[in-house]
Design a protein around this ligand. Structure first.
Ligand code: 6R9
Length: 640
């Protein structure tokens, strides 16, 4: 069964695109009417990119969980919403039907209410990939609390910063999380994050790994006890109910922190109405999802991809999806293919870094795996190189599955540029065409729009789509500065792109000081700040360099006051420091000790030169403006 707003041919795409540009309000009113609103909107859109102010479905009232769950119950109540594959393939698969999801989300909502959580309160969620994470997220949404999910790979310090920025009063976590052979001690990390914290009142702890945890009286409570009690409140004579909070379309739904070019992560804020419409619309159209098909997104819910294409988009569309707790290489590098085979996955959505890493294991892990259920493949997170694209196409899709290369960002809420599977043409390593409602432009350094094609420039968007970020939490000026001030009346993505004669886009990567390591966004300034925390470090500069599997690796140039013990020891200590401050995901791949850094007379580090050295280039361009041109040669000599 197709969805009313599903685009099914190239012609339909062209018509939809044109209508979305000529009459955005009419177009999006049409799409939004397919959702459940408590009260309709007065006006579809008001916006200016100056302040910026963007409002969609003004005065419309809804609750996103009624759209993701309740409205499906009659038809899909017994159908699986989530098929959960545990870390250990020998353990039991859990199938969560829409009925069960409804019950659990009602219980969480009740549990949160019992513990004093109210609409608008911030709840930090720090859990592994278990169904309870989805219940927690949706339980917040049901009572109108703003969730802030923090990825399990972030350190206590990172969590502490996020808790403080969001002034979160509640945390939902687990004792630990299984990831391959490792057990991540989540609750311990939370305990460290809470040293000195003054806002958090309650920590709810779900039991997953049974590793020892300390439970503080008056603050820490067990998920199981609370849920059991909540169950007696939400279920009466076999009927489950917990009335969802009525939310304004523009009420915040969640905060998700992401790195930018400054040292401090930003809390990107998305709202209820536009985000719901966009995630469902893009899910259905990009992947050409049809009712009953099995969708598998391998992302973690700690990132935007998991928010939009594990939690909200698929569930708003009443989809069936696989959720995976573990990692692609455990117990062996055939794990994804086992899952595809076992659960008859129709649509697989993963990241280029995962594809490249699995490619490295050759074809053996594919032997004996039946991948014939696959119909559509997708990628996200970073540019996909042709080699990886071809491998994915040939060995996974068997040349029968369209590949969608989806470009988007935490700030965009959902997919903005992509081909639509089997509907609009694919072009290897090109994201191709904009979604209806998305008007990309390329601008030169002076902010002038580059017309005509082929062209290359900085990628901006001309007008708002329903799930554009509304603000950065607690600091609207920062939002304006970062995204809306570089070019007048345009949203600036931070990415560079090419455009061909057909209007296809190819994203070439970040043009700011943001790295993309294994599809994870990491600001160079953040890593530098962390390195500089080490007691022997005087100064550091961090750049990206091409990495076969990660896409980009982190290269750090470090000036030390002295080296205690061996260089190797100091390196390890620096890595440990970065792990503590940000998390293991930000650990540099290479650390080179240098006597100085190439600086301009005004004291600015010339990263351009450092990037060239890290890339192994020998032509550094003009170095005459440097304070001490000699330092460049010296650094180049010591390149790792
Ligand atoms: C969804 C997500 C956003 C940055 C973005 C860009 C890069 C994402 C891409 C891609 C080329 C694609 N990016 N998808 N680059 N092709 N298909 O990844 O969000 O974590 O915020 O990262 O990722 O550089 O600006 P986020």
């Amino acid at each position: 069964m197709a969805y009313p707003y599903q685009i099914q041919s190239l012609e339909e795409y062209k018509t939809a695109y044109q209508k979305s540009v000529e009459d955005p309000e009419g177009f999006w009113a049409g799409v939004a009417s397919d959702f459940q609103w408590r009260k309709g909107w007065d006006k579809v859109l008001e916006w200016n990119f100056k302040e910026p102010k963007v409002e969609w479905f003004i005065n419309g009232k809804l609750n996103i969980t009624e759209n993701c769950i309740d409205r499906h119950l009659q038809e899909l109540g017994d159908k699986p919403a989530i098929i959960w594959e545990p870390n250990n393939p020998e353990d039991r698969v859990r199938v969560v039907t829409y009925n069960r999801l409804h019950k659990r989300v009602c219980q969480v909502a009740q549990m949160l209410r019992n513990n004093g959580v109210k609409k608008g309160d911030r709840v930090c969620i720090y859990m592994g990939m278990v169904p309870e994470l989805v219940y927690a997220v949706l339980g917040c949404a049901r009572i109108g609390a703003i969730h802030s999910v923090v990825f399990g790979g972030f350190s206590a310090q990172s969590i502490a910063d996020r808790l403080e920025d969001a002034k979160a009063e509640f945390i939902i976590t687990a004792d630990g999380a299984f990831r391959g052979e490792k057990v991540i001690p989540l609750k311990n990390v939370i305990d460290d994050a809470l040293i000195g914290n003054k806002t958090v009142k309650k920590v709810i702890v779900y039991t997953r790994t049974r590793i020892p945890v300390s439970m503080f009286k008056g603050r820490d409570i067990w998920w199981e006890d609370e849920m059991e009690y909540a169950e007696t409140q939400v279920e009466k004579e076999g009927v489950v109910s917990f009335p969802a909070e009525e939310m304004d379309a523009e009420d915040p739904l969640f905060i998700l922190y992401t790195s930018g070019s400054t040292g401090k992560p930003k809390g990107v804020v998305h709202t209820c109405g536009g985000y719901m419409v966009w995630t469902a619309y893009t899910f259905v159209n990009t992947f050409q999802y049809k009712r009953g098909e099995v969708f598998f997104c391998t992302a973690d819910i700690g990132w935007i991809t998991g928010h939009s294409y594990i939690v909200y988009g698929p569930l708003a569309a009443g989809a069936t999806e696989v959720m995976f707790e573990g990692i692609p290489t455990w117990p062996d590098a055939g794990r994804f293919w086992d899952i595809v085979d076992k659960h008859k996955v129709n649509i697989l959505y993963t990241a280029p870094t995962a594809i490249r890493s699995l490619m490295g294991f050759g074809l053996k892990p594919l032997e004996g795996k039946d991948l014939s259920s696959l119909k559509v493949l997708g990628t996200v997170g970073e540019p996909i190189n042709e080699e990886a694209w071809n491998w994915y196409d040939e060995h996974i899709g068997k040349k029968k599955c369209p590949i969608v290369d989806t470009w988007w960002q935490t700030e965009t809420g959902g997919i903005l540029i992509t081909n639509l599977a089997g509907v609009t043409p694919a072009k290897p390593s090109w994201a191709t065409l904009p979604m209806p409602g998305v008007q990309p432009v390329l601008v030169d350094e002076n902010g002038k729009e580059i017309e005509g094609s082929p062209a290359s420039g900085n990628l901006c968007i001309k007008a708002p789509w329903p799930s554009i970020l509304r603000t950065t939490y607690g600091d609207h000026e920062r939002c304006r500065q970062t995204y809306f001030s570089a070019y007048e009346n345009l949203y600036f993505t931070g990415d560079g792109a090419l455009r061909d004669e057909e209007g296809n886009y190819r994203i070439t990567g970040r043009v700011d000081d943001v790295l993309n390591v294994s599809g994870h966004r990491i600001g160079t300034a953040e890593v530098e700040n962390a390195i500089n925390m080490h007691s022997d470090v005087v100064e550091s500069a961090v750049v990206g360099y091409p990495h076969d599997i990660k896409g980009q690796g982190i290269y750090a140039y470090v000036i030390c006051s002295h080296i205690r013990g061996s260089e190797e020891e100091t390196r390890k200590n620096i890595l440990q420091t970065v792990s503590r401050i940000i998390g293991p995901i930000a650990k540099p791949d290479k650390i080179q000790f240098v006597p100085g850094l190439p600086k301009t007379r005004s004291g600015k580090i010339m990263r351009r030169i450092l990037r060239k050295i890290a890339e192994g280039e020998s032509n550094f361009g003009d170095t005459t403006t440097l304070l001490d041109p000699g330092v460049v040669e010296e650094i180049a000599k010591g390149k790792l």
